[in-house]
Design a protein. Sequence first.
Length: 79
Amino acid sequence: MTIKRMTFLQELLSFVGLGDRLHLDWISSAEAQKFARVVTDFTEKIKGMGPSPLSGKIDLTAMMRSVEALPEAASVEGG
């Protein structure tokens, strides 16, 4: 199921111009060095890509209000 969700999210992010900004890696809790390496590598990759192409194009305040309203709408519909 995770692979299906990741594939969908990668396609969605590519559609909105944020392709390659999502990464999945299977890491055990016993693999601290691998975790550090994966996070460091991905951080460097993102920094190398530069700022988000959507910077300044999205009203984050309006988006947050919409997200915060979701639980209220669900409780009204379910209530």
